[in-house]
Design a protein around this ligand. Structure first.
Ligand code: PNS
Length: 177
């Protein structure tokens, strides 16, 4: 009997922080593969709000209990990381047509670099098709409600890190709320 090759997928991203949209994708992909590695990019060009360790920790607590899901962080080329981890699939979520161009560029570049690794796209759950980590941070910083969009422990961390900014006081021509 020949040993069957395990199907390993890497789901890379900034996850700054993880949202319920990411978790929805993880939940739907995990049953399709033997192992799903959620890989947090350590040094994104953009300055993240949370350190890689904090982002990993939030993801680990949100995915605890999912037996075939692992959370890790990586640096450098994604495809090199995927090769090191024995992955044959890269998972990315698509929310709207506006995501497509960026995702296509990345998928084609990654295919050129590593033709043996396939990028697989999953549609974001419709309830999360408008959701992004960037918008969640903006809403929190302005005192808006993000419950149901991120796990409760992530919401608490966001509130700690991003105290509500008071209106600037500059009122000429604006209505301060
Ligand atoms: O959540 P994001 O910020 O959209 O994720 C982007 C990510 C991490 C998938 C992308 O920036 C990436 O893969 N970075 C690693 C560097 C790399 O391999 N670059 C070439 C890929 S085209």
């Amino acid at each position: 009997m020949t040993a069957q090759k395990l199907r390993v997928a890497v789901y890379p991203g900034s996850f700054d922080p993880v949202t319920n949209g990411h978790l929805d994708l993880i939940n739907r992909c995990a049953p399709l593969v033997d192992r799903l590695i959620v890989a947090v990019l350590r040094n994104a060009g953009k300055q993240p709000l949370f350190t890689a360790e904090e982002r990993v920790e939030m993801l680990r607590s949100a995915t605890a209990g999912m037996a075939n899901v692992e959370v890790d962080c990586f640096d450098g080329l994604l495809v090199e990381y995927a090769r090191r981890r024995g992955a044959s699939l890269l998972l990315r979520g698509i929310r709207a047509i506006s995501d497509y161009e960026y995702e296509l560029q990345m998928a084609l570049m990654n295919r050129r670099l590593a033709p043996e690794i396939e990028t697989v796209f999953m549609m974001a759950g419709e309830a999360y098709s408008f959701l992004s980590s960037r918008l969640v941070k903006e809403v929190i910083a302005l005192g808006g409600d993000v419950s149901g969009l991120v796990p409760p422990q992530v919401e608490a961390k966001l509130k700690e890190r991003l105290p509500v900014r008071p209106p600037s006081g500059e009122t000429s021509g604006c209505t301060s709320v």
